[in-house]
Design a protein around this ligand. Structure first.
Ligand code: HEC
Length: 183
């Protein structure tokens, strides 16, 4: 093998490396991988990292804005509310004088004080809440019990649909000796 041939082989090898470098650089330049500012696929209920890292303004802007309960109550369906109550009935009775199950009886709860059933062992999260079960509070509680009353014993994830919640509240309101006035 003379030096000329060695040169040829070295040249070919070098050329190959060069070609690879060029291809990979051009590839990057063409496709330029960028990181997305926001996740494209948002999973409901999972907070974006940005929001957790103090992007409060952004989080507020992105938070689902439920319509006010007053507005939804105006056209609420007590009938659908009764249907929704099936999701509560494993833990609650709602008839007058009904027994407690896992949760307290709910007769006359709307407008009543937090922890309204005599003798039920409420958590401090509920018992310690000042004020009464107003419409707005119930609406928020039923969206996410643990957000409204951190530490509550009510093991229920919440009803996401605002109208279903309003319908359910309209139904609960009617389960009382003298239902409180609608807002
Ligand atoms: C897995 C059982 C369970 C389910 C399902 C459940 N609850 Fe409860 N609920 C409880 C318990 C337990 C408490 C008492 C909470 C505490 O003391 O922290 C409670 C408390 C409440 C209270 C407060 C009562 C008061 O006297 O202050 C309301 C109102 C209520 N639930 C409504 C509902 C509605 C409406 C549903 C259906 C959408 C529902 N709950 C589903 C277990 C449940």
């Amino acid at each position: 093998m003379d030096s000329f041939e060695i040169n040829k082989i070295a040249g070919a090898a070098l050329g190959g490396v060069l070609a690879l470098l060029i291809i990979s650089n051009v590839g990057d330049a063409l496709v330029s991988p960028k990181h997305l500012e926001k996740p494209v696929y948002v999973v409901e209920g999972v907070e974006a990292e940005g929001a957790a890292a103090g992007g409060e303004a952004e989080a507020a802007a992105e938070a689902p804005k439920d319509p006010p309960v007053e507005q939804l109550l105006a056209s609420a369906s007590v009938e659908n509310g009764q249907k929704q109550f099936a999701k509560c009935a494993s833990c609650h009775t709602v008839d007058k004088g009904g027994a407690a199950k896992v949760g307290p009886n709910l007769w006359g709860v709307v407008g009543n004080k937090h922890g309204h059933m005599e003798g039920f062992a409420y958590s401090d999260a509920i018992k310690g809440k000042p004020g009464n079960w107003e419409y707005a509070g119930l609406y928020e509680f039923l969206r996410s019990p643990k957000d409204y009353a951190p530490g509550t014993k009510m093991g229920f994830a919440g009803l996401k649909k605002p109208q279903d919640r309003a319908d359910l509240i309209a139904y609960l309101r009617a389960q009382a000796d003298s239902p409180v006035p609608l807002p």
